[in-house]
Design a protein around this ligand. Structure first.
Ligand code: ZN
Length: 400
């Protein structure tokens, strides 16, 4: 059985230990120490990391009351090994974990909601609480309450009560184990069975900030950060707001209304541009229609565009062929060659058939229906030839 130094002194960062056993598994060494300040993964809290005689500890786990530390190399000696835990990582876990107890207790006290899930991730912490819905006002209320618990710097104690004493404690949730039950008490405010590591005073949590919430499987998942994580979150958010307000030349407090104003201008300008574009295409369509080449009362329009949007060209073609007795043969030269062949609906020429005949000229592919066909190929220099061929086919096979 490994002596758990982290339960005697949660703030112990360095210690000396002897090796009780070494197991080599898949090239890694699983070191069992006689005593350890390394917290093994458990109770929703990730394990500690650090070093044993300067060798990196990548993972720590508990099995049958023994704690194993995984290192890459064989330890240099068996006795009096110098060990150190990564304090930054541990303190972060203590802040997040105690913050979770406080927040869960506040949800319980204010809204009678239980915490049914807890995840301490690398960036964020989440709890799942038994509520169907929660409003922003309720979120603000619970967050405010939780932070008052932090600021009051309440003493956090660990209790190992006897069975009869345990039955008298107002536990927030029942214990998962049957013996050696450890209760974390936040000075009369909350009693919760837990095996994790927590700061000795609520003040060390610093601040508890709820980032967002969402419905998950009938519960509400609350995402939050505490202490240094909250500070980091504040850094980039503050920086972002400052940059936005500078861009918009408004006070930071007016950043959102500034963005909303610009967004609404953008939307109305987008509408205006769409309207103007339509008018321009209508004008372009009637110009083409009036200057068409006429064969046997059928108007033929053959044109190649450079650097235009294919969507616009297709729109333009559709506008022209909505008028009677007209055939449109359009090409578009961008990084590739695109064609659209189209005719008014009363003209009895299969445009897809014509398209398939000229398509190989531009090494292209495509298709369509009887009235419109479109596609593209890589031979941009052959686009004129392809359209000219299509025009010749139409005139000689269908119109004369
Ligand atoms: Zn805990």
């Amino acid at each position: 059985m490994t002596k758990k130094l982290f339960y005697d002194n949660i703030y112990q960062k360095e210690f000396t230990a002897n090796i009780a056993s070494v197991k080599e598994i898949d090239g890694k060494f699983h070191i069992e120490l006689n005593q350890t300040a390394f917290y093994p993964e458990g109770g929703g809290q990730p394990c500690d990391k650090g070093t044993i005689e300067g060798l990196e500890v990548s993972y720590v786990y508990e099995k049958n009351n023994k704690i194993y530390h995984i290192i890459d190399r064989e330890p240099p000696k068996l006795h009096l090994l110098k060990c150190a835990i990564n304090w930054e990582r541990r303190f972060d876990h203590m802040q997040q974990h105690l913050g979770q107890h406080i927040l869960s207790a506040c949800f319980h006290k204010l809204f009678d909601a239980k915490t049914v899930g807890f995840h301490l991730g690398n960036e964020f912490v989440t709890i799942d609480i038994t509520l169907n819905n929660i409003s922003p006002v309720q979120i603000e209320k619970v967050e405010y309450f939780a932070n008052q618990v932090v600021f009051n710097n309440l003493h956090v104690k660990q209790l190992y009560p006897t069975a009869s004493k345990l039955s008298e404690l107002p536990l927030r949730k029942p214990p998962k184990v049957k013996e050696n039950i450890r209760i974390i008490e936040i000075d009369q405010f909350d009693f919760s069975p837990c095996c994790g590591t927590h700061s000795s005073h609520t003040g060390e949590v610093g601040v508890i900030k709820i980032r967002k919430w969402e419905k998950i499987r009938g519960n509400i998942r609350i995402e939050f950060v505490c202490g240094n994580r909250a500070l980091k979150d504040f850094y980039w958010k503050n920086d972002t707001i400052n940059k936005i307000s500078k861009l918009l030349s408004v006070k930071d407090i007016d950043a959102l209304s500034g963005v909303e104003r610009i967004f609404s201008q953008y939307n109305s300008q987008k509408k205006e541009i769409r309207k103007l574009k339509e008018q321009l295409l209508d004008y372009e369509a009637s110009t083409f229609y009036q200057s068409a080449y006429i064969v046997n009362n059928i108007k033929i329009i053959n044109n190649i565009f450079d650097n235009r949007n294919f969507e616009d060209i297709r729109n333009l073609a559709a506008k022209i062929v909505s008028k009677p007795d007209v055939i449109v043969l359009f090409g578009l030269k961008n990084e590739k060659a695109q064609m659209i062949l189209s005719c008014s609906k009363e003209i009895d020429i299969n445009m897809t058939k014509v398209f398939k005949e000229v398509c190989p000229i531009i090494n292209g592919r495509g298709g369509g229906n009887a009235h419109t066909a479109q596609g593209g190929g890589d031979q941009t220099s052959k686009l004129e030839e392809a359209l000219k061929t299509a025009q010749d086919i139409i005139i000689h096979q269908y119109l004369v």
